[in-house]
Ligand binder design. Structure first.
Ligand code: C2O
Length: 555
């Protein structure tokens, strides 16, 4: 049977546990320190074949227990132990029951599914469009069932009570810990369950129901935050640019920003309909989602694990991050595409059942039938204000928009200055945006051509600051926001000039910097500044157009 493996990993001989495999190959010692990217293995080495010869069958809903997903902060120590034990088993089984790398449920192999759908050419890509939220919801749902089943069958614990926790980074700005551990002065289990025990060896004395589990089940060596500095704190950064970047990350991951996002139409919030060569990520994906990835992984460029989509799901915190993204989707109350009639609902994905056999679900199933879990509001401080913010269904806001830049321009590694068109309609929209008052939100929409650059990128946008460059602070009053994307090998070779990607910057309400700086009687200048890419990066994209969009009654 053909095995899926992560780039750079060797396939262990059949029946070997991951731990034995890693120990034999020396990967165990160096996995924490690895900083270079292994070359991506060829696509054909990655075919996801959960169990050779087993055809995928539609998943049957109906027998699922009701699960309550709690804030990680609120987990009891017993619940933390269960999470550690179940993930530990997926990583390498137990001494009496090793989990072979041939097993599709093995943790690294489970992470490969994400790599394929989220970055690899030749697979249905689920980022940068309206498939982002449902695919990840499905991925979490099936992982949760697998972990629950491991608790029942391996540890003799009632798995029907198990639920994935979420990391509420709007309240907990850092690698999350539980309230109880915090009060006892214990580090987050994401650095190791018990730091006084020997790590990374079996039988380190930790047991759940008589069965040992791995001390470091939730740990991942390739993170930037450390046990001494687990917080999202700009002051920990060495350069002024990084301090700015983290301060901005904090604001994109705040309750205030999420509340703004929840007022936007679905395509802007969650991702645009994918039509042929056109797509666009929603602001939920572009900002708090991408920021969470790169804060846990690394700020810029390529790195292993969370900061890089192809490795991200290796880190258990990935699933808590995505549970929070999914929770925010569950709070969204504006109209969504109709899963019964739209091509959204008809899309089908394959996931894994608790025994590793492939099962299919449609987005319609995900939206309409994957309803057996709920998110508890949690007790973290500050108290979660999002739930009330989003309690009533509301109509989509009315919108007016105007193209303000229509002549295509090429953006390379340096700043690009574009001037808004002088036309009456654009000027009246500007006045409209200035006066729309409460309930009005403005967006700047940037449409690009193909982006063959496969690394992470970040483009800052300034208004009436023609000299802005990569060193200009994001606290500059002319700064409007940024557009950004994570790595994707799927973009390699993106050359078709028909391709478009749309990006949104929330300009906010009429009091924001945009309306302070733009004068209705003159054209204004937008400066696009690529930042944080290595100078040798061959970054070159076309800016096809820029629109100003004014939403009314976005309550
Ligand atoms: Cu498919 Cu957060 O990634």
């Amino acid at each position: 049977m053909k095995t899926s493996k992560l780039p750079g990993e060797q396939t262990p001989p059949s029946g070997l546990s991951r731990r034995e495999f890693m120990r034999n190959t020396g990967l165990l010692a160096c996995s924490a320190a690895a900083t270079t990217m292994a070359p991506l293995a060829r696509a054909e080495e990655h075919q996801h074949q959960p169990a050779a010869g087993v055809a995928a069958v539609p998943f049957k809903f109906g027998a699922e227990p009701h699960r309550v997903r709690k804030n990680f902060h609120d987990l009891t120590d017993d619940e933390v132990k269960q999470l550690c034990a179940a993930i530990s088993y997926m990583r390498h089984g137990s001494r009496s029951k090793p989990l072979s790398m041939d097993n599709p449920l093995q943790w690294d192999r489970f992470a490969v599914m994400h790599e394929q759908h989220c970055t690899e050419a030749g697979y249905d890509q689920v980022h940068w469009s309206w498939f982002f939220l449902p695919w990840h919801r499905g991925y979490l749902f099936f992982l949760e069932r697998i972990l629950a089943n491991i608790l029942t069958t391996i540890y003799g614990v009632d798995g029907s009570k198990f639920a994935l926790p979420y990391w509420d980074w709007t309240a907990q700005k850092g690698i999350p810990n539980t309230a109880d551990r915090e009060s006892r002065g214990l580090a987050s289990p994401f650095f190791g369950y018990d730091l006084t025990r020997e790590s990374m060896v079996e039988d380190d004395g930790l047991v759940l129901n008589g069965k040992s589990f791995d001390n470091q089940a939730l740990w991942e060596g390739n993170r930037t935050p450390t046990i001494a500095r687990p917080e999202m704190n700009p002051q920990y950064e060495k350069s002024a640019a990084s301090r700015d970047h983290i301060a901005e990350t904090v604001s994109y991951m705040s309750v205030e920003y999420i509340k703004l996002m929840l007022r936007l139409p679905f395509a802007d919030f969650a991702g645009a309909e994918k039509i042929d060569a056109a797509n666009g990520q929603g602001v939920l994906e572009q900002n708090p989602h991408n920021n969470g990835h790169d804060w846990v992984g690394s700020r810029y460029g390529r790195n292993r694990n969370m900061g890089t989509l192809r490795y991200a799901a290796l880190d258990p915190i990935f699933f808590l991050h995505h549970a929070n993204i999914d929770r925010i989707w569950s709070l969204y109350r504006l109209p969504q595409p109709d899963p019964d009639t739209s091509p959204w609902g008809a899309q089908i994905y394959t996931f894994l059942d608790v025994d590793g056999s492939p099962v299919t679900v449609s987005v319609k199933d995900i939206v309409k039938s994957m309803t057996t879990f709920e998110y508890s509001a949690g007790s973290a401080s500050p108290p979660p204000q999002l739930v009330e913010a989003a309690s009533k269904p509301a109509p989509a806001p009315a919108e007016q928009s105007e193209v303000i830049v229509s002549s295509p321009a090429t953006l390379t590694a340096g700043p690009l200055v574009l001037e808004s068109e002088r036309k009456p309609a654009a000027h009246s929209l500007l006045i409209e945006g200035m006066n729309v008052g409460k309930g009005g939100i403005s967006l700047l929409e940037i449409t690009t051509g193909p982006i063959p650059f496969t690394g992470k990128f970040l483009i800052r946008v300034f208004i009436n600051a023609p000299d802005a460059n990569a060193r200009t602070s994001t606290r500059d009053p002319h700064y409007l926001g940024r557009i950004a994307g994570l790595d994707s090998e799927a973009r390699r070779g993106e050359t078709d000039s028909e391709i478009t990607h749309t990006f949104q910057i929330i300009l906010g309400e009429s009091s924001g910097p945009f309306y302070k700086m733009a004068r209705a009687d003159e054209s204004y200048k937008l400066t696009l500044v690529p930042a944080g890419m290595p100078p040798e990066a061959n970054f070159k994209i076309q800016i096809k157009r820029i629109r100003l969009r004014v939403l009314r009654d976005a309550k």
